[in-house]
Write a protein that binds this ligand. Structure first.
Ligand SMILES: Cc1cc2nc3c(=O)[nH]c(=O)nc-3n(C[C@H](O)[C@H](O)[C@H](O)COP(=O)(O)OP(=O)(O)OC[C@H]3O[C@@H](n4cnc5c(N)ncnc54)[C@H](O)[C@@H]3O)c2cc1C
Length: 467
């Protein structure tokens, strides 16, 4: 196999992670030959598609499973999306980020007390965040606080922002990164190429370079970053990296209701099940609809609605006694066991709406099963990793780095929000490996200032998980 084309860096996968990295490498480094390869015809057709995720910029204020320390790190990377978008022409900005009310709702005495305590801890770090009593909630979200014009029966309190950028179309964001790269390719002396409809079939080390086999022939690169969701682990393991991991794909589905909410209403997370609490979101693409979910169902495929990826799932599951023990340990926790069972039933036609509506009633107390419909064709897959050494289910993103120029990103939630922060880490790794220069001043100007100045917040260190 001989490669006809040579690049400084090849990025595999054109979701929000891959396109954000292409944008940062093209915009802030002096690398001259960059390529992104994506198997579908357009960017963001898998988890970053607007139908397939909850469209939330997670900045840490309403995620009750985050400590303040974790929240501040997330805030920096979340702000990068807003800082990027507010500098675009208003028409482009408004396709990507959306203002609306946002809150985390406490229901009942215990949750209300937890919300009030959390507010005291978080209020200095989040000056826009307010404590919302039931009257304030009724102003922002009448269907949450009132039933037929009277107060709902349970005690409620929330923290949140009445009007802030918290909705995002990750697909539009990916398209924007891609369009900026097309412009840089046309106008500068850099080659910033994007090959859509091109599948990567193999990656091999070839001396100090990487040979990337694609459906359009082989390509050669000095560094490679794989941003292919669950398929990143498959590609890593084919090269002998990340053998300590197994992948557990957790599908998330949604239910639609006619416009029930004006913005985003999250609920308090169960510490045993972080990110599992149901939420309601004003959909930014489907007009007049509120989306509730996501559910969480383990599905044996790496890409939702793509049966060809069932085989890929079994390759990365690599079932052994450690994986079995991890799953068994999860099933031993009653909260998790019940949650898994409930979520299985949420997919059973006929039964699903009647069961799921009970969850939604925590947010909108007088909603009925007849008001909601299963959102057919919506939802994606979160590629959660199991660390077979520690028998632990990893909750966030995982990066596998070989230290010789190749990086693999696995990006479950909130991977959309972290796209620019994740790209910053990868840009640093690629630049260090290739001895490239990064224009950090331009980076700070464009991504760390604008809507929110986060120049003083330390970037999260790269958590090297060497293969
Ligand atoms: C139900 C649900 C709700 C979510 N809600 C949120 C949220 O509200 N906020 C948030 O921040 N995050 C959320 N997430 C997570 C977020 O959607 C993902 O973290 C993010 O979209 C990941 O982007 P990505 O580019 O890494 O992966 P993807 O968008 O999945 O892109 C991977 C790309 O790689 C390509 N690819 C794969 N294999 C190959 C190959 N062999 N050759 C070429 N290309 C290949 C695919 O075609 C795809 O385009 C949610 C996820 C789910 C499932």
């Amino acid at each position: 196999m001989t490669a006809s084309t040579h690049y400084d860096c090849i990025i595999v996968g054109g979701g929000v992670t891959g396109t954000a990295l292409l944008y940062e490498l093209a915009r802030f480094t002096d690398l001259k030959r960059l390529l992104l390869v994506e198997k579908y015809d357009r960017p963001a057709q898998v988890n970053s598609h607007a139908h397939n995720n909850s469209q939330t910029i997670h900045c840490g204020d309403i995620e009750t499973n985050y400590t303040l320390e974790k929240a501040l790190k997330v805030k920096r990377t979340a702000s990068m999306i807003i800082n990027y978008a507010v500098k675009l022409p208003p028409r482009d900005r408004d396709r990507i980020i959306h203002r609306m009310p946002k809150m985390v709702l406490g229901v009942g005495a215990e949750e209300c007390s937890a919300i009030r305590t959390r507010y005291e801890t978080f209020k200095d770090a989040y000056p826009r965040m307010q404590l919302l009593e039931r009257e304030d909630i009724a102003d922002l979200e009448p269907n949450v606080a009132l039933v037929d014009g009277a107060w709902r029966k349970d005690r409620i309190v929330a923290t949140g922002t009445p009007d802030d950028y918290c909705g995002v179309d990750f697909q539009a964001l990916s398209e924007s990164f891609s369009a900026q790269c097309v412009r840089m390719d046309r106008t500068g002396e850099k080659h910033v190429s994007q090959l859509y409809g091109t599948e990567v079939t193999d990656i091999r080390k070839d001396g100090s370079r990487y040979m990337v086999a694609t459906s359009r022939g082989p390509m050669l690169a000095r560094s490679v970053v794989v941003c292919a969701g669950g398929h990143s682990l498959l590609m890593a393991q084919r090269m002998g990296f990340g053998m300590e991991y197994s992948c557990l794909p957790v599908a998330g589905s949604f239910y639609f209701a006619p416009e029930a909410l004006n913005g985003k209403v999250y609920t308090v997370q169960n510490p045993n099940l972080p990110f599992a609490a149901v939420h309601g979101d004003h959909d930014i693409k489907e007009r007049g609809k509120t989306r509730f979910g996501p559910t969480a169902l383990m599905l044996p495929m790496l890409e939702r609605y793509n049966r060809a990826t069932v085989r890929d799932f079994f390759r990365v599951l690599r079932m052994d006694h450690n994986v079995a023990a991890t799953l068994w340990n999860l099933m031993k926790v009653a909260d998790i066991r019940n949650y898994i069972l409930r979520n299985f039933l949420y997919e059973v036609p006929g039964l699903n709406r009647r069961l799921f509506v009970k969850e939604i009633r925590k947010i909108v107390p007088d909603i009925n099963a007849g008001d909601i419909e299963y959102a057919e064709g919506f939802g994606g897959i979160r590629p959660q990793l199991i660390d077979r050494r520690t028998r632990e289910l990893k909750m966030g993103e995982v990066k596998i780095i070989d230290g010789h120029g190749i990086v693999f990103n696995m990006t479950p939630s909130p991977g959309g929000t972290s796209c620019l922060g994740n790209a910053e880490q990868d840009m640093r790794l690629v630049a260090e490996h290739l001895g490239a220069r990064v224009d950090w001043e331009a980076f700070e100007r464009e991504l760390l200032t604008g809507h929110e100045d986060t120049r003083h917040v330390q970037a999260e260190p790269v958590l090297a998980q060497a293969g």
